[in-house]
Design a protein around this ligand. Structure first.
Ligand SMILES: [Zn+2]
Ligand SMILES: [Zn+2]
Ligand SMILES: [Zn+2]
Ligand SMILES: [Zn+2]
Ligand SMILES: [Zn+2]
Length: 288
């Protein structure tokens, strides 16, 4: 949008003026026809036109180039007044450095630096304003740790502030304790459920073991009974054996008597019948 030509000191070459706003070029661009414009001016023009505003030659944004270096140097060397001249700034400097000056110019209007304050003031008066600004703040001189806005200075009461803070902390603490309690309870509950499950599993296992045990005991008992039976049978067999041996001895004696007496024909059948009766006696067999 160009620099107001009125701000410049001395003669400004016609070639350094924008063909659109007729002020001194700001951020200049140059068309192939060598006409120069402020960037903002020519971009605005080309939205509705497709030619050079000076000579109507065809023009497009892509054809715009930076200004020739010698023209750029001429432009940068131009001397002009600060934009705050009407407020009292007497600074005159080159176009190249005017932006830097204006950023720091003591006559520039700036916003108060206190949060919430909307006062606009010249930079040179800022310190004076800050000293009385309603939004200035300071740490409480009584040591409560609060930052007090100057507007609230007279109402500040350390005890009341601290009491409010304490109440806040207390309710927060109660909340946290409640949460912790709930969590602990739910954890305990789940542990309890787990234990109950485990207990019933163990109980079942114990029952199973008990029944296995009783089965084994009855097995042992029947084995012992079988054992007893065997022993009795063995004793019986032993008795029979002894009887048989005695019979055998008796028979042998009879035989010897028969051979010595020779002619004697009488035969005693009694021992033989006894042997037969023993043989026929049924044997009890126990199968386990
Ligand atoms: Zn312009
Ligand atoms: Zn042109
Ligand atoms: Zn200034
Ligand atoms: Zn302020
Ligand atoms: Zn205080």
């Amino acid at each position: 949008m160009g620099y107001d030509i009125e701000r410049f000191v001395g003669y400004v070459n016609e070639g350094l003026l924008c063909s659109i706003c007729r002020d001194v070029l700001e951020d200049p661009l140059q068309a192939p026809c060598e006409h120069a414009f402020c960037t903002a001016c020519i971009h605005g023009w080309l939205i509705h036109h497709s030619n050079c505003p000076e000579d109507r030659q065809t023009l497009d944004v892509s054809l715009l180039r930076p200004l020739y270096r010698y023209m750029k140097n001429d432009l940068n060397r131009l001397q002009l007044h600060c934009k705050n001249r009407e407020y009292g700034c007497e600074m005159v400097c080159s176009l190249e450095s005017i932006d830097r000056h204006e950023r720091e110019c003591e006559y520039s209007q700036i916003l108060c630096s206190n949060a919430g304050c909307t006062v606009q003031i010249e930079r040179r008066n800022l310190d004076g304003h800050l000293a009385v600004c309603e939004y200035r703040s300071r740490e409480c001189p009584n040591g409560c740790g609060y930052t007090i806005l100057s507007a609230e200075d007279t109402q500040h009461n350390c005890v009341a502030e601290l009491r409010t803070e304490l109440e806040l902390l207390r309710s927060e603490m109660i909340c946290r304790v409640e949460e912790a309690k709930h969590e602990m309870e739910s954890r305990l509950d789940s542990q309890r459920r787990h234990m109950v499950q485990k207990e019933s599993i163990l109980q079942n296992e114990i029952e199973e073991l008990k029944s296995q045990m009783s089965r084994m005991m009855s097995d042992v008992r029947s084995l012992m009974a079988a054992e007893r039976q065997h022993r009795q049978e063995l004793e019986q067999a032993e008795l029979e054996k002894r009887e048989l041996m005695e019979l055998l001895k008796g028979l042998q004696k009879d035989c010897r008597l028969n051979t010595t007496e020779g002619n004697k024909k009488s035969t005693n059948f009694r021992p033989l019948t006894r042997l037969e009766s023993v043989k026929r006696k049924p044997r009890e067999v126990t199968v386990i």
